[in-house]
Design a protein around this ligand. Structure first.
Ligand code: CMX
Length: 441
């Protein structure tokens, strides 16, 4: 890992000099105008954060350092005899900006296995919560308890030079990625496996060891976990979990505090919790219709009833995307390759045939197509992971890869405290009444 860290620092030095020159030469060049509607409507579309590791095109979907999801599935190293990419490879790609070799990936797997030490107080803190607490609440509580291990917090307390912030941040980031699967698996076993003791296998890769700790040995499930952990890792920096982690990290809160903030955002039903909401919505539909094989007409009616009740159709729509999410397509392909006859998976595909037209017909939903959360639950149920309240924790474990990489980059590039300006409606109206001179608000 020492070589990878060195490579990261070298690349960050080059990029930092490049950005410094960019700000010197073009710092006062406006990027775009902000409309009054954007102030009120969730800042949608305002370009305001730099993230080096991924970029989301509305019409094409996500690219990680220039690579699409299909390219990642093809080019990233795989486990021996495996067909899906190892998420450790994506971590390397996001961190260094180049595709890793098999050896690079092995080093990361080994480092993560070595660093997966969880102090007992973390588990005791989780145990203080009722078992009935939502898995995301237990997960975030565990992360907060793990904050005692932050090397950055200690270094800051001891007076570290700001030029060196990146170093303990990097170490914390790697340690956190190593440790979150253990916290997640502990929560799962506590809540759903009668408190079964954690049994890890450090010879396995990161995702396979996680699956093993959850009690799943099936080769198909291991494949799914590798794919799942790769495609949920990052989706540029404006989404709630990535942005919250970035924002809190900009106050120099350490990576554990920052990640916990991001996970609290992921736990919202308009963001990561949508993955549990999707399968809950499907199960409720099947129960109401008393069938495991609904017709398209039945699905259409159920969708219309959902909208009429003032609820969202979970798993559909997106703040940026305007096409079917390539992460949905990757999961659909996985389903076609591994479980084409599964009725629940087929139901997800039937929903995909029916829902976009109905959402599009409302005239107000900007993206009527499925996002990443529309598919994942059915694949997990196929392999026996049916406890859908746990699904957002899986998303969170994967998301650690992206948001921790971003934090490394933010500190290595010396990004400052994030502090946008807010404004009152009175000030907006005053400005408008004076002729809304550009830039004078
Ligand atoms: N079902 C019903 N209504 C929807 C909808 C959906 N799937 N998606 C959007 N709308 C509605 C919005 O609620 C909004 O309604 P109002 O004008 O009455 O407030 C209107 O359509 C316009 O919204 P939009 O501009 O198209 O979408 P936003 O950028 O505001 O929101 C998102 C994006 C994802 C929050 C929204 O599409 C949604 O709520 N989807 C369902 C939840 C979901 O799947 N979230 C997961 C997203 C992926 C992830 O982060 O994991």
């Amino acid at each position: 890992m020492i070589e990878i860290k060195k490579k990261f620092r070298e690349k960050a030095n080059i990029d930092a000099a490049d950005i410094k020159a960019l700000i010197k030469d073009c710092g006062s060049t406006p990027v775009e105008d902000v409309t009054v509607a954007q102030l009120y409507q969730g800042m949608r579309g305002i370009t305001s954060i730099v993230s080096e590791i991924s970029l989301l095109d509305p019409k094409e979907g996500i690219r990680f350092r220039g690579y699409t999801i299909p390219e990642l599935r093809e080019k990233l190293p795989k486990a021996e005899g495996g067909t899906e990419p190892l998420p450790e490879g994506l971590f390397y790609l996001m961190l260094i900006g180049e595709l890793p070799t098999e050896e690079d990936v092995k080093i990361i797997s080994k480092t993560l296995a070595e660093r997966a030490e969880i102090p007992t107080h973390v588990y005791k803190t989780i145990d203080a919560l009722p078992v009935s607490a939502h898995p995301m609440t237990q997960f975030v509580t565990g992360i907060m308890a793990l904050q005692t291990e932050s090397l950055f917090a200690k270094a800051y307390h001891d007076g570290i030079n700001k030029k060196d912030y990146w170093d303990p941040i990097f170490e914390d980031a790697v340690n956190l990625i190593a440790r979150v699967p253990y916290i997640a698996a502990y929560v799962y076993n506590r809540k759903y496996r009668n408190g079964a003791a954690l049994s890890d296998d450090k010879s396995l890769d990161w995702a396979a060891n996680f699956a093993h700790m959850l009690g799943f040995e099936n080769e198909g499930f291991l494949k799914l976990m590798r794919l799942y952990m790769t495609i949920h890792a990052d989706h540029e920096a404006g989404n709630v979990s990535a942005h919250a982690t970035h924002l809190v990290g900009s106050a120099l809160s350490d990576p554990y505090l920052s990640f916990a903030a991001g996970m609290n955002g992921l736990a919202g039903p308009l963001h990561g919790l949508a993955n549990q909401e999707v399968i809950k919505w499907i199960f409720e539909m099947l129960k109401e219709l008393k069938t495991d094989d609904p017709t398209k007409e039945q699905i259409a009616q159920y969708t219309k009833d959902t909208l009429a009740a003032g609820k969202v159709v979970p798993g559909y729509g997106h703040g940026v995307l305007r096409v079917t999410d390539p992460r949905f397509i990757a999961q659909m392909e996985f389903g076609k390759e591994n479980m084409p006859d599964d009725k629940l998976v087929q139901t997800v595909w039937k929903i995909y045939e029916v829902v976009p037209e109905i959402l599009g017909a409302t005239g107000k939903i900007k993206n009527p197509y499925p996002n990443v959360d529309a598919h994942s639950g059915a694949l997990l149920v196929h392999y026996g992971l049916k406890e859908y309240e746990f699904y957002t924790v899986l998303f969170g474990v994967s998301r650690a890869l992206g948001v921790m990489t971003n934090l490394c980059w933010s500190r290595a590039l010396g990004f400052p405290l994030e502090r946008p300006k807010s404004i009152t409606t009175e000030a907006v109206k005053n400005w408008l009444s004076k002729g809304a001179e550009k830039g004078k608000i």
